[in-house]
Write a protein that binds this ligand. Sequence first.
Ligand code: HEC
Length: 205
Amino acid sequence: MSTQPHHEAPAPSGGERDRVIKGHTYDGIREYDNPMPGWWLWLFWITVVFAPIYLIGINTGFIDTYEEDLAEGLAELETMRATYAAANPTFEADAATLAGYAGDPAMVEAGAGHYATVCAACHGDQGQGLIGPNLTDEYWLHGGTLTDIYTVIAEGVPAKGMPAWSVQFSPQEIAQLTAYVASLKGTNPPNPKEPQGERVVDAES
Ligand code: HEC
């Protein structure tokens, strides 16, 4: 027999907490018959109702499986990509496209606009050359085909002071600039800068 005084936690008084389950005493710990909180019971019954619905749904195809959801999402993405690609045809700065731009007065005009804002400072307002080479003569440092001109405008010659314009202009705008530069050939503006580079005759593409 224990000589220790028997300590018992004082039972909470009032209401439901007074309902002690008889027989449930372990080392003096007693259990109270408190009901589960309402929200817990609701969750429980919802899962009980949901489980068979889900089980039947997933096996009969009434509820989509993960793979079906994924395939559906991918198909939707593919449709979006196709729509986007159709609305935004990719631009290829190939020789034929550049020749098309060079032959289109609207594109030459657009290129002239870009040229006046950023290129004239170094190449002269009429392409006669200043810090940068004369763009109206038949002499080219980097080749005189449309593709050469496009490439040098896009990539620049950083070591020689010609910036790379692909940072600031879209490929379409660089093609417009190319068209404008090509249109300057033989315009003989006043005060031309002396020729630099190789003479290129009849370079078109
Ligand atoms: C900061 C001055 C500067 C600006 C601005 C500039 N360029 Fe140049 N550009 C140069 C220099 C310098 C060269 C010569 C590079 C070399 O010596 O290799 C050059 C070369 C070129 C060439 C090659 C010429 C050749 O003989 O092969 C083209 C074409 C050209 N620039 C077009 C443009 C266009 C178009 C713009 C505007 C979008 C532009 N440049 C803006 C300085 C400039």
